[in-house]
Design a protein around this ligand. Sequence first.
Ligand SMILES: O=c1ccn([C@@H]2O[C@H](COP(=O)(O)O)[C@@H](O)[C@H]2O)c(=O)[nH]1
Length: 275
Amino acid sequence: MSFMQSLQAAWQRNNSLVCVGLDPEPSKFPEHLRGNPDAVFEFCRAIVDATADLVCTYKPQIAHFAALRAEDALERLIAHIHDKHPGVPVILDAKRGDIGSTAQHYVSEAFDRYQADAVTLNPYLGRDSVQPFLDRADKGVILLCHTSNPGAADLQDLLVSDKNGGGKPLYQHVAQIVARDWNANGNCALVTGATWPEQLAEVRALVGDVPLLVPGIGAQGGDVEAVVRHGRSSNGSGLLISSSRAILYAGNGEDFAQAARAATLELRETINRHR
Ligand SMILES: O=c1ccn([C@@H]2O[C@H](COP(=O)(O)O)[C@@H](O)[C@H]2O)c(=O)[nH]1
């Protein structure tokens, strides 16, 4: 099954638009895991096993593993998700982007080494930097459009001129070229931050039913109701609403995974109330 088919199936099967972000931070782990040499894997595996029936995707952020020299834990974690929770796609949040020859290695990193189903990319280097990913029609290609951070406006809101002399913000141009030109294989999605609901609505209006990965609720303070109202697709779906810290660190005792489950359940219900 392709990423898009798995995503559609997971949206329906789990009645969920929740994407749980897997961002391990050992200083926030519960006491009983602290001395464990495999704590990163054990922590993330417990979260996954406690939430897999409530989510549409998982999104491990690669820097959180690489900084800890825990890339092998990330490989094992993704293998575990595929093995024990088949049908829940994994997005490698890597935000890659480079010239074509190097991009091929990033393709291999995401899809061969880590066996991810989709990867986040920075579109700033242009079409040829993304093409090797687009060519993997079975894999998801998720392009930064309007990110959730305060500095997103510094560059992404700058007006760019089109061929007819009209102007529009860069993020709208990204949304349009991805939906119109880069999505020939139907495997593209866009990152649009929850903290910018107006821009989210503008992107949705430009891209039809292209899926939107929406980080920025929970710890970053985005409003779930506004995200759903502005971002849902024509059938009340089309969103991967991502939360990491608010779910991972909902509890810090021995029952941390159950606390994460309760937080995921609550988020799923809040989202579904507004769909
Ligand atoms: O625009 C973006 C793109 C990616 N992220 C990533 O999502 C999570 C958010 O974590 P929270 O704890 O839910 O705030 C994190 O991995 C970021 O690198 C983003 O926040 N905004």
